[in-house]
Design a protein around this ligand. Structure first.
Ligand code: ZN
Ligand code: ZN
Length: 330
């Protein structure tokens, strides 16, 4: 494979990316080379360009990649040229550490992360370890499918960790919450959406998707919650959510990075309330979520941007100006 590609590269933690022309990479052993059809813009990308999580600079961000296979490296099976695939955040797990052997590859000691420790999808082409790529269900457009690959997947993992309780609170109503809310409502849950106090549009959006209630994250919900999931990277929401869940309730922190959690009275944790975090994803999260029965029920609201406008997409995500999910289209 020869030819040139365009990549949006982050050189270091200065909050931005720049356009670069480079040779299209060759798919190595076990790898797929894809033409990128769409790549979602995730809050984690902000943490990458801002230097809040480990990254190998210079790096191409982007870990919600929908691509079409154009070449298979040696030894790849189960994929064919022309096939549409999804490339998620977990780019590779070692397969040999204690966590991988326990089936907890999301906690791998030697992982590679797409768009952070290896190049991702803010580009016209990308290579990925085929073992960590997913076939995608039919019926979703490329831009609709892209946010499912992290916002959807991490939401799914957090949702399963939240347990079966009926009343579910979602703090931070962005890309992940707007996908998960649809799924939870479809499964008969009551969803309580919490947004920033000044974000009336976000509350209207949540209600338009069928949420039972929407309010400011400074408010208590009208009923006690069985569980709450925090998507906003704001540590102060942890004690706020603990106050909103009932005895035995669980608060799931789903962000990869969060500001410090302020101290709070032990009484707010008492009553067997729990705080847990969700880290990364396993391939099982992907295969169980990316099905017509689960992901096929979801309609992503996407705001598309040309690839060259990646900085503008990041800026608008940072300012809270995206309703649903931002997606780059090469
Ligand atoms: Zn491992
Ligand atoms: Zn993400």
């Amino acid at each position: 494979m020869t030819g040139q590609m365009i990549a949006m590269v982050c050189d270091g933690p200065d909050g931005s990316v720049r356009e670069e022309r480079r040779d299209v990479p060759v798919s190595g052993r076990g790898e797929l080379l894809v033409e990128v059809l769409a790549c979602g813009v995730c809050r984690t990308d902000l943490h990458v360009v801002d230097g809040e999580i480990p990254a190998n600079y210079p790096v191409v961000p982007g870990h919600e990649i929908v691509g079409r296979v154009i070449a298979l490296g040696e030894g790849v099976s189960g994929f064919a040229p022309g096939q549409r695939v999804g490339i998620p955040w977990l780019g590779k797990a070692c397969g040999t550490c204690e966590y991988c052997r326990e089936g907890r590859e999301n906690l791998c000691d030697h992982p590679e992360f797409t768009g952070a420790t290896r190049d991702g999808g803010y580009a016209t082409h990308a290579v990925a370890d085929a073992r960590f790529c997913f076939p995608l269900p039919e019926g979703l457009s490329d831009t609709e499918a892209a946010p499912l690959l992290c916002a959807g997947l991490i939401g799914w993992r957090a949702y399963r960790m939240a347990g079966p309780g009926r009343r579910l609170g979602l703090y931070g109503f962005g890309a992940a919450a707007h996908i998960l809310a649809q799924l939870a409502i479809d499964q008969g849950r009551e969803v309580y959406a919490f947004t920033r106090a000044d974000d009336a549009a976000g509350r209207d959006f949540a209600l338009s998707l069928g949420c039972h209630w929407a309010g400011s994250s400074e408010e208590l919900p009208p009923e006690e919650l069985d569980a709450a999931i925090l998507f906003a990277p704001v540590g102060a929401l942890v004690p706020a959510a603990l106050k909103a869940v009932r005895k035995g309730g669980r608060v799931v922190c789903a962000g990869i990075h969060m500001s410090d959690i302020p101290s709070f009275p032990y009484a707010d944790l008492w009553g067997e309330r729990e705080i847990v975090s969700v880290a990364n994803l396993t391939r099982e999260d992907g295969t169980s979520f990316l099905t017509p029965e689960i992901a096929g029920k979801v309609k992503s609201h996407v705001v598309p941007f040309p690839l060259a406008d990646a900085n503008e997409a990041l800026r608008r995500l940072r300012e809270g100006e995206i309703e649903g999910a931002a997606v780059l289209v090469p």
